[in-house]
Design a protein around this ligand. Structure first.
Ligand code: SF4
Ligand code: SF4
Length: 248
């Protein structure tokens, strides 16, 4: 079992080793796969040539048989080659299974699964981060919203709490998980998949009255919500990197 690399400085060092080791292995693997392909081309070429010669041999044998029958002359039949099809078929299936995509070991897959589970269980935002992000959303999104009044209050009657606030953790997890995408359509699809099923606003898989009536702020202003959260997450990651650097 490999070490855990508990400190982030050790993990960073190991990640940089992994990057150079992976680059070296990638080059070597590409060369080996290239050699396999080259050899297979060679094998196919030799098989074609063997088949051509075998066909000529068969024709010679047929011609000899014909002459022997026509003139009643005995002759010794030429020996025909064994194509080795059986052993080639066996070798081919070994080759096919060897060239199938390779997965990491079960140990690593299990470790990744546990780590993902742990990350999903831990809250996406600390209480302080939540306060800061909510403030930014209030500044960026509320002034665009039809429920916003110029004295800064919210008149939305459809929900007890604004859906952006209710589903803030899920929205942060969703955006973290997706990484940056250039198409808003991707975010809407993920929202329908990851967030909407847990919302009481929806009456059916494809029908949500608040969404249709423009009362769901999360849906209506999703582009601004995504942009605000992305900026927040980017800044948070930068701050974390600076803190780690000064620690290490
Ligand atoms: S519904 Fe949400 S986004 Fe709209 S004004 Fe109220 S708090 Fe702001
Ligand atoms: S679109 Fe509908 S189901 Fe989805 S969060 Fe908004 S109100 Fe809820």
């Amino acid at each position: 079992m490999s070490p855990e690399y508990d400190s982030s400085a050790q993990a960073k060092e190991r990640l940089s080793q992994i990057t150079s080791e992976a680059a070296r292995l990638l080059k070597k693997t590409k060369t080996s796969y290239g050699e396999v392909e080259e050899l297979i081309h060679q094998v196919v070429k030799s098989a074609k040539s063997a088949r051509k010669q075998s066909a000529k041999l068969q024709n010679l044998k047929a011609e000899a048989m014909y002459l022997s029958l026509r003139h009643d002359i005995s002759f010794k039949e030429p020996e025909l080659p064994n194509s080795g099809l059986e052993s080639v078929t066996a070798l081919w299936s070994v080759l096919e299974s060897t060239l199938q995509p390779v997965r990491p070991s079960v140990d690593w897959l299990e470790k990744i699964r546990k780590m993902e589970e742990r990350r999903h269980q831990s809250p996406a935002l600390t209480p302080e981060e939540r306060v800061e992000l909510e403030l930014r959303l209030k500044e960026n999104v509320c002034p665009l919203c039809v429920s916003y009044t110029l004295d800064g209050t919210c008149t939305n009657q459809s929900f007890e709490t604004c859906p952006i606030t209710t589903f803030l953790d899920q929205a942060v997890e969703m955006i973290e998980d997706m990484g940056h995408r250039p198409w808003m359509e991707d975010y809407f699809e993920r929202m329908y998949r990851d967030i909407c099923p847990g919302c009481k606003g929806r009456v059916d898989k494809d029908y949500c009255p608040p969404r249709e009536q423009g009362d769901c702020s999360l849906f209506t202003y999703l582009p601004s919500v995504v942009k605000t959260i992305e900026t927040f997450l980017k800044e948070r990651a930068e701050k974390k990197a600076i803190a780690e650097e000064s620690e290490g």
